[in-house]
Design a protein around this ligand. Sequence first.
Ligand SMILES: [Zn+2]
Length: 231
Amino acid sequence: MNVRSSRQKFKILNLLETESLGLTISQIAEKINLNRNSTARYLEELAEKDLIYKIEKGPTSKLFYPARKSKNFEERNLYMVQFYQLLHSAFFRKYLKDQKIAREIGLDMAKNGASDLYAKQFQSVELNFENITHLAALAVEITYPIANVEAKVALNPEIKNSFFLEIQNCICDGNKDYRSICEIQVGLLKGVIDKFIAPEEVDVKEVECKCDNHPSCKYLITKIDVENERT
Ligand SMILES: [Zn+2]
């Protein structure tokens, strides 16, 4: 799938989200400003993957709907995972294999808004490394793009000032092509937590990933010991 086709498919998904009564191929082609043949081809591909829902009203008349309308909660979550993976590949196609750049994208996202948003939410709380563990988990749970995400935290018994944050139902969904989603998360976590505890900083690493057959994605967050670094 190339960038162009993922962008067009993303446009189609977005459009159908707002049109629960269904649209014909021509209507969709017109609204996304694409020729009818390409539109029809993308629609068939999306329907084949169950990302959208197709009803054939006759040999030449088809209507397309957002798939999630008829889905239960689990199916809807699965749909959201696929939706965000598609979105991710549309935006970051070039960087899908470059984990370093993915991390920088996450850091940028944190700097350009996300960290301010959280810092504001927790304005009245005195934030330091010792009390951010559960706030970090809460921030992940509130903003993660799919429902019923659980972010578990546990102190790291091996290193002082260090904890694990484990994300159940990560949208990488164990698909190695989307490991960059987890690296973006690394950058986001670092950017947001750094802001929480500024001027101190943390180091964030993904230590277990669904992409390596672990049951969840697990991040290790450790405060950078400025004193030790200086010596
Ligand atoms: Zn992961």
